[in-house]
Design a protein around this ligand. Structure first.
Ligand SMILES: [Fe+2]
Ligand SMILES: [Fe+2]
Length: 473
């Protein structure tokens, strides 16, 4: 039945007797009765979806707020990368390698959502905020690792988690559901990260770090965050605290790898047998290669430092390269954890085995392109040359432990070699031959200065194979 044939009395206008709408609904009474009847007789009572339309934000509001979240996440990932060399405590270095990926992954999810909210990727990637940059510089000026954790996790991490929960509550749960789902996924990483950070700060305090110093720093950083409008930018501001450390002394990243006192370290050789003095197994026996592999994995604590530092050094050059570096850093965290656990499972106290610092000592102060060429083109490619044979031999000898860990590590290292190509292109315009030669020259200089190799010719550059052996990954 068409509306023109209905009597006027049967046409009801929604909104009559209430605030007059300019857009009345023209509902046909008969059709409405029939639809009610059909709904009553429909057999299935599915769960009711009670989400309501509304919410506080337009697309423009959403993209303004999410862009600030994106920028904070991107900067936190870079900032943690800047500290990877400087953190002595093993557990904290590992968690930091994981957390910097959590922040990079949050940035990636936000970036994708922003792109769906009418912003171009070029505009998102080019976004900068000077007041956030100043805030990050102050976080980086932490006096020690405990202060770093206080600023990064207990102040801005917690503020972001709260802001995400509020945004989830405040935005439209129907029209903006992808934003809600994305923020919930980010919070899945935040919950264990912030809990761990609270426990870690408590451990520092119990171990003798002055709690009042940390409380002072927490107050200082929290006031500075409020002075720039908080995580959302909408918090009523206060004057910034003074003085600011980064204004007195600009932040510079550490260049030498730090270890806690449980480790014995060496950098005068790249060879474990030489470092040990008394070799544990006949060289080139399966047992020797096996232990060398497991130790190398544990000693990839230096790869966390390498890739984390690259993330800082090449910040803002290319988002995908930053993201890949953050992910590789997390992978190297897992290799270190895997190595540590595998050494235990093989019957060792991992701390009885001296930790090789040769590679990280050379890479620490180096330009990222050459340090990256060493660890990626020599180290990771070098691992792939030998790992297949080791896995085959482990299988033959029914060495389940080595087989299991090497199987996963091989897959990761192949992925790193693949991702490395793009990262190196972002880092340098040098051709591969020139890059390799310059890298070998720089490592020769470094290895000579450490006493790893002797300079006994006028013109001498260590070979690619030497670097693979002496520096490893
Ligand atoms: Fe690795
Ligand atoms: Fe790797």
């Amino acid at each position: 039945m068409s509306s023109s044939k209905l009597p006027a009395s049967e046409v009801s206008k929604a909104g009559e007797n209430r605030t007059r709408s300019e857009f009345p609904a023209v509902s046909h009474a008969a059709a409405r009765r029939q639809s009610a009847q059909r709904r009553r007789s429909f057999r299935y009572r599915f769960p009711r979806d009670d989400r309501a339309l509304g919410g506080k934000y337009s697309v423009a509001d959403n993209s303004r707020i999410l862009l600030r979240f994106f920028y904070l996440e991107r900067r936190l990932s870079q900032a943690l990368g800047a500290w990877t060399l400087a953190i002595p405590e093993f557990e904290v270095k590992l968690e930091t390698g994981r957390h910097l990926f959590y922040h990079a992954d949050a940035a990636k999810l936000l970036r994708e959502r922003l792109h769906e909210q009418e912003l171009t990727l070029a505009k998102i990637d080019a976004f900068r905020d000077q007041s956030i940059d100043d805030f990050i510089e102050e976080l980086l000026s932490a006096a020690d690792v405990a202060e770093l954790l206080v600023g990064i996790h207990q102040v801005v991490g917690r503020a972001l988690a709260t802001a995400y929960r509020h945004h989830i509550d405040d935005t439209d749960s129907v029209t903006d559901a992808p934003t809600i789902r994305m923020l919930r996924r980010i919070l899945l990483d935040y919950e264990p990260m912030l809990t761990w950070a609270d426990d870690a700060v408590a451990a520092y305090v119990e171990g003798g770090i002055d709690e009042s110093r940390l409380a002072q720093w927490r107050w200082h950083v929290a006031r500075l965050l409020q002075s720039i409008g908080g995580a959302t930018g909408d918090v009523p501001t206060c004057p910034p605290p003074a003085p600011l450390r980064h204004q007195q002394r600009p932040f510079q990243r550490c260049t030498s790898p730090q270890r806690d006192e449980r480790f014995v370290t060496f950098a005068n050789t790249g060879d474990y047998d030489t470092a040990d003095g008394t070799p544990r197994f006949p060289s080139s026996s399966y047992e020797s290669l096996r232990l060398r592999f497991l130790r190398t994995q544990r000693d990839e604590v230096d790869a966390i430092e390498a890739f984390g530092t690259f993330l800082w050094d090449i910040r803002f050059q290319d988002f995908q390269a930053e993201y890949d570096l953050a992910r590789i850093t997390w992978d190297e965290t897992r290799h270190t954890e895997t190595g540590h656990r595998a050494l235990l499972a093989a019957g060792y106290d991992p701390f009885e085995l001296p930790n090789r610092l040769t590679g990280s000592t050379c890479r620490g102060p180096m330009e990222p392109a050459f340090a990256m060429a060493e660890i990626n083109l020599f180290g990771e490619v070098g691992v792939l040359k030998t790992i297949g044979g080791l896995i085959d031999e482990a299988e033959e000898r029914r060495d389940d432990l080595l087989y299991h860990v090497a199987d996963f590590i091989r897959a990761d290292e192949r992925t790193h070699v693949r991702k490395g190509r793009h990262i190196i292109r972002v880092m340098t315009d040098l051709g591969s031959q020139e890059l390799e030669l310059r890298t070998r020259e720089l490592f020769t200089e470094c290895l000579v200065s450490l006493g790893v190799v002797k300079l006994d010719m006028d013109v001498f550059t260590v070979s690619r194979e030497d670097i693979e052996h002496l520096v490893g990954e």
